[in-house]
Design a protein around this ligand. Sequence first.
Ligand SMILES: Cc1cc2nc3c(=O)[nH]c(=O)nc-3n(C[C@H](O)[C@H](O)[C@H](O)COP(=O)(O)OP(=O)(O)OC[C@H]3O[C@@H](n4cnc5c(N)ncnc54)[C@H](O)[C@@H]3O)c2cc1C
Length: 407
Amino acid sequence: MNTVSLITGASRGIGRGIALELARLGWDLVVDYARNEAAARQSAADCVAAAKAAGHDIRAEVCQGDVSIAAQRQKLIDFTREKFDRLDLLVNNAGVAPQVRADILEAGEESFDRLININVKGPYFLTQLAAKWMIEQAGAHSGASRSSLFEAGDHGRSGTRPYRPRIVTISSISAYAASVNRGDYCIAKAALSMITPLFAARLAEYGINVYEIRPGIIATEMTGPVKEKYDKLIGEGLTPIQRWGRPYKDHLRQWQHFGVVRIQSDALPYADHTIDLDPHHRDRSGLGLPVVRITYDLRENERRLSNWMEAKSEAILRAMGATKTWLGPSFTGVASSHDFGACRMGSDPATSVVDPELRVHDTPGLYVLGGATFPSCPGINPTLTMWAICYRAAERLVARLRTGEEK
Ligand SMILES: Cc1cc2nc3c(=O)[nH]c(=O)nc-3n(C[C@H](O)[C@H](O)[C@H](O)COP(=O)(O)OP(=O)(O)OC[C@H]3O[C@@H](n4cnc5c(N)ncnc54)[C@H](O)[C@@H]3O)c2cc1C
């Protein structure tokens, strides 16, 4: 048995978007609508198709129910009980905007009552009905005392999905942002917002989690009539990100889906890799300062390592679900981010510049701290090793200064 969600106002807009996403996750659905049956049936059909495409077999049942009417709220719950005998998630999404926007100095009571009825009273009492049924279900699943029902969500009924009831209310940015030409809407959404803390506090002991989502300016049929107005306001900087909100997953789907594995092979310390002053070139400052010449390239060892790691990386990306992989340019010696050397560390002054305490062999009091002291280029990130070597050198220096061995 699938988990079951009742979504109010799921024939269009955000409700429809939520229904589609839940369908893709394998939820059974009750698609509530107030007036537009054809749109609700289309939503339900689209949900079943979306679930199928995602590899799930779901049921999406359509039920007419105006949440502002008590009998119809009860009908929604009864319908869900009859069709699925289970409710895991109530999404209080249905809501309306004022039919006419009016300045708060002029606005009348009719629109106010309408918005309070549909946007507040409806979800408040529907939540009450759903919550009571959820408590009942949680009790049936746990068979335990009221206080231990908290655990019910994690155990579930035998043979079915675990029972973790949730209630989500979709309020609005208008719960806190004042719009003086639709005070009724703002007040209704502010009141709607209180449903979540109230029921969250009341239902916590039953393990029923209650959430609120406050969408900003979302492109739906509801905001269609004011599109031009908000295009302009958004363009003028109303929102920090200057665009309409759209279903989030649609937004994510449009993102690029590249993953990059960047690798670099270890390089052995070849004796003929050198650094000296370039005999031919000078810097371009106009002062004619000498510039360094780096003689370095990848050898057979490094190339073979590289090839091996490239193949491994490709296999890893494929295992992670990559459908297409390709190779970018390979590091070719100089000018990677891990070029080291020139003041190699070693105990033999004939083949190294600094000793293990980073003292320059033939120049007392001179130290080289940093990547220059590495004899070769490590494939992995070098900085922590570098820190460790420098830290050790500093510790030893402090010790010698203390004993007077060094002044
Ligand atoms: C793009 C990039 C990404 C990297 N990512 C990582 C990573 O994720 N993890 C990791 O461990 N390592 C990483 N590295 C490598 C790491 O940054 C270096 O290995 C490390 O910073 C080298 O330390 P250093 O002290 O030897 O040299 P630097 O950090 O280069 O320090 C040399 C200092 O000398 C100064 N200097 C140069 N010439 C003069 C001058 N004439 N007079 C005075 N000052 C001068 C410079 O301004 C600089 O402050 C990355 C390197 C790059 C370039």
